[in-house]
Ligand binder design. Structure first.
Ligand SMILES: NC(=O)c1ccc[n+]([C@@H]2O[C@H](COP(=O)([O-])OP(=O)(O)OC[C@H]3O[C@@H](n4cnc5c(N)ncnc54)[C@H](O)[C@@H]3O)[C@@H](O)[C@H]2O)c1
Length: 255
């Protein structure tokens, strides 16, 4: 018996084999789920290549999470592959370099707005676009980087993550009465494309592995993906609005 036997899961954010979402999709399939991926623009072909590297080739549907047209079309595009969803994974983040990497004070609203749109508002947009297919027992899971703190170089992405975490709590409030849960996994630093594109990301990585009582491997997205799979499963039936830290324990330590 797999943890996700028979479940239909929508996974956004598969870009490379290092993407956290790639490992979520892989584990979900290994645990018995059918998976549909999303991608957009120039990344679409890359996602199709990744889809073929999964244990079972997954269909890919078009979704730029900032496009009203794509969001409106999502239900129809998904219905070509499944008649319902049991889970939705939000594994999306983007901010222009002008609001990252030490540019907090010089960040301009247009670029900050892009970061908030892609990285925070999109959780609500994706949840609402998926709702026609999501029933009671459904689970929405997103990925955050602990927004309680001001990190080096994370800048407006950190602010976007604070908004993202709050958005998750409001979704938990509004979707709970329909039996739909919304939870986040707060991961430690993992060397993915998104992370490596932040100039100075190594200063966030800092002494993470030394500070983590369990240790921490920045090249291993699997513990994070495992937590996402667990939250997609039926084993957290009374948990919503929660943030599960998968960071080796760093969040619980003093300096
Ligand atoms: N890597 C880390 O250290 C780390 C730590 C904590 C949380 N996270 C979060 O994990 C999530 C996944 O990131 P990752 O590290 O696997 O990197 P990644 O670069 O592999 O994935 C980011 C994804 O966001 C997608 N994306 C960007 N703009 C989009 C848009 N407009 N519409 C749809 N998709 C869009 C990209 O296509 C890409 O697949 C992000 O939310 C990130 O903030 C990452």
């Amino acid at each position: 018996m797999g943890l996700l036997d028979g479940k239909k899961i929508l996974v956004t954010g598969v870009l490379t084999q290092g993407s956290i979402a790639f490992h979520v999709a892989r584990l979900a399939q290994e645990q018995g789920a059918d998976v549909v991926l999303t991608s957009f623009g120039r990344q679409y072909k890359l996602t199709e290549v990744m889809a073929r590297r999964l244990p079972v080739e997954a269909p890919v549907v078009q979704l730029d999470v900032t496009s009203d047209e794509d969001l409106a079309a999502l239900e129809g595009r998904l219905r070509e592959h499944t008649d319902h969803l049991d889970g939705v994974v939000h594994s999306i983040g983007f901010a222009p370099q002008s609001v990252l990497g030490g540019n907090f004070l010089t960040g301009q609203w247009d670029d900050v707005a892009t970061a908030l749109h892609v990285s925070a508002y999109s959780l609500k947009a994706l949840a609402v676009a998926s709702l026609p297919l999501l029933g009671a027992g459904g689970s929405i899971v997103g990925l955050t980087f602990d927004a309680q703190f001001a990190w080096p170089v994370y800048d407006w992405m950190g602010v976007a993550k604070a908004a993202f975490e709050s958005t998750s709590r409001y979704l938990a409030r509004d979707l709970g009465p329909r039996g739909i849960r919304c939870n986040l996994v707060s991961a430690g630093p993992v060397r993915t494309t998104a992370a490596k594109s932040i100039q100075g990301f190594e200063t966030i990585e800092g002494r993470w592995s030394e500070r983590a009582p369990l240790g921490w491997d920045m090249t291993d997205p699997v513990p994070t993906a495992q937590a996402v799979a667990a939250l997609l499963s039926d084993w957290f039936p009374a948990t919503t609005g929660e943030i599960v830290h998968v960071d080796g324990g760093v969040h619980a330590m003093g300096q």
